[in-house]
Design a protein around this ligand. Structure first.
Ligand code: GUN
Ligand code: ZN
Length: 428
């Protein structure tokens, strides 16, 4: 029997509150979801659904707030063990911590160990879908997809390609092997169960023009696939790109010139964009992914959330450049960075970015990220009084937004009361 009535408070978004206003959100203090065969079959007041489906087993989360499971639109699962490494900015951080750790994924047993650890950590934090970079080793992709498949998760990942001598010799492929390996992995995994392959050049500085062109050709052969990469994260990185690609008009042009700019492109960070880059990304219909804890932790800069009015924007941890596995912590950092840019994000904006916004960025917004009939039943249930500090702050809340904001700002995995993956309860 896979049917289940799940009771609690529900907060369902019809779309982006930045476009639709707060009418986009519908709150039921005593709400219910009917879950059938891994999907949401109905949503409404608990009384109405109980009456309509009297014989279906019920799980009652009381005051728990049911939301779509969080969607982390950019992470590096191989950086799990080096999260919170001290004292470096991007390029030194990659060389000192990241590349030596990623080299360990040549060992498939290590890749299996970290993939399992990583997915258990994100699920404990209420994240049910991740788009992850892997390492140059094809086995690191197999390990991630096997672990996600075993947990029934919707997940996206790709082999991280690097063939330039700017990357260490022990972590380099070639233009040809990057194409061949990526193609073989795409064939093996794309569309299997709930898994999607993403073509993944790490970023322009660690690829030769030949490798970017080879991956651009692969993308042209598989235009339904997403392509993810990094763009304009730090000013030093941008100067480096300009020295490596002297003919390029700007950083984005290094991708554009090699077939790596498209409507299914997902560009991480995108902080220090020039006007041409913003216009071109918007014209093409690409997606940007904001990684706020990473941007403050590595000292990258302040993303312009105003871009969400022109482009699809998702939210992400960027683990382990990001300092957290938690999308609650990520929403808090997103709020703080917007404040530093003079923009005040509403709790509705933050929740949307971590659910429907990330789903749109990953072109999965017909499947996940919404509490609505037909959507996959990946759910998180939040305890809005998980710690004494949060409980005393919410005690005087007048509405659902005041009730949820302290959990957004101060919550962590203790606030995750339950998680469902395709309707199956995992926690709580
Ligand atoms: N740019 C290229 N690779 C990386 C990475 O692993 N993390 C971050 N934050 N930026 C990158
Ligand atoms: Zn990244």
């Amino acid at each position: 029997m896979t049917d289940r009535l799940i009771l609690g408070q529900t907060l369902a978004f019809a779309g982006d509150p930045a476009v639709l206003g707060l009418e986009a959100a519908r709150h039921e203090a005593q709400g219910a979801l009917l879950v059938r065969s891994g999907k949401i079959a109905a949503i409404g007041p608990a009384s109405a659904l109980r009456e309509a489906y009297p014989r279906i087993p019920v799980t009652d989360h009381g005051q728990g707030l049911i939301l779509p499971g969080f969607i982390d639109a950019h992470a590096h699962y191989p950086q799990t063990a080096i999260i919170a490494s001290w004292g470096k900015r991007l390029i030194d951080w990659l060389n000192s911590y990241t590349f030596p750790e990623e080299a360990r994924f040549a060992d498939p047993a290590y890749a299996d160990l970290i993939a399992a650890r990583y997915l258990d950590l994100v699920l404990a934090n209420g994240t049910t879908t991740v788009a992850s970079y892997c390492t140059i080793h094809p086995e690191s992709v197999d390990a991630f997809f096997e672990a996600a498949k075993g947990r029934g998760m919707r997940a996206l990942a790709g082999k991280t390609c690097m063939d330039r001598d700017t990357a260490p010799g022990f972590l380099r492929d070639t233009a040809q092997s990057a194409y061949d390996d990526s193609r073989a992995l795409l064939t093996r995994w794309h569309g299997v169960d709930r898994l999607s392959y993403i073509i993944t050049p790490r970023f322009s500085p660690t690829s030769t023009p030949a490798q970017l062109a080879a991956l651009g050709a692969l993308w042209a052969e598989h235009p339904d696939c997403l392509m993810q990469t990094h763009l304009s994260e730090q000013t030093d990185e941008i100067s480096w790109v300009k020295s490596l690609y002297p003919q390029a008009r700007d950083y984005l042009d290094t991708y554009e010139a090699h077939g790596l700019l498209g409507a299914n492109g997902v560009y991480g960070h995108a902080i220090h964009l020039e006007a041409r880059e913003r216009d071109r990304l918007a014209e093409i219909g690409a997606a940007l992914v904001h990684c706020p804890t990473s941007n403050s932790f590595i000292g990258s800069g302040l993303f312009d959330m105003g871009l969400r009015h022109r482009l699809r924007v998702g939210l992400a941890t960027d683990t382990g450049g990001g300092s957290s596995f938690s999308m609650l912590r990520t929403m808090a950092a997103c709020y703080e960075i917007a404040q530093l840019r003079g923009m005040t994000l509403h709790p509705a904006d933050l929740i949307w970015l971590a659910t429907g916004g990330s789903a749109r960025a990953l072109r999965l917004d017909d499947k996940i990220g919404k509490l609505a009939p037909g959507f996959e039943a990946d759910l998180v249930v939040l305890d809005l009084a998980a710690t004494p500090a949060i409980a005393q702050a919410t005690a005087h809340a007048d509405d659902i937004w005041q009730a949820i904001f302290p959990t957004i700002m101060m919550g962590d995995d203790r606030a995750i009361a339950a998680v469902y993956v395709a309707g199956k309860p995992l926690k709580g």
